[in-house]
Design a protein around this ligand. Structure first.
Ligand SMILES: [Zn+2]
Length: 154
């Protein structure tokens, strides 16, 4: 089994440093869409909503971000507000998770645990980093697929 070497810092879709959100830039950004999203969601946000993130982090570890749409739906049911109508709402959710010391620590721990993990494709036998599994694929199967992305999308 051989693996290409990837830069650990940028590997995959799921780490807390994805889109560099760990720096907190989203809260400072003056980009019109970011400002608008913050204003809209701040109005209905409750810290209790962190529970919805917590639940997916608990069940799926670092792959919790594949479920941001479901988390948004949970919040929408409670708040009556269409947060998915706000651009970058997933950045908002991830930034909230990073602001919470406990969630941040668990997200980092889950990411570090997943680094270097691979799945072996049952079709072609190739190894693929689990962190490179597309979020939609993970979400659809509610877990890691048995095939690599090349075989899924050929
Ligand atoms: Zn394959």
């Amino acid at each position: 089994m051989t693996l290409e070497s990837h830069s650990i810092v940028t590997l995959g879709y799921y780490g807390p440093e994805f889109a560099r959100l760990h720096t907190g830039w989203f809260w400072q950004s003056m980009d019109e869409a970011h400002v608008r999203t913050r204003r809209l969601i701040n109005e209905i946000w409750s810290e209790a909503y962190l529970y919805f993130i917590d639940r997916y982090l608990d069940e799926h570890g670092v792959f919790w971000t594949a479920f941001h749409e479901y988390i948004a739906e949970d919040i929408e049911v409670d708040s009556g507000f269409d947060i998915q109508g706000a651009d970058y709402y997933e950045y908002y959710l991830a930034s909230k998770a990073l602001d919470d010391q406990r969630l941040r620590a668990r997200w980092y721990a889950a990411y570090e645990m997943e680094l270097g993990m691979v799945l072996i494709c049952e079709e072609c036998g190739k190894a693929q980093h689990t962190l490179m599994v597309r979020p939609a694929v993970y979400r659809r199967g509610r877990g890691l697929p048995s095939k690599c992305s090349d075989c899924i999308f050929k």
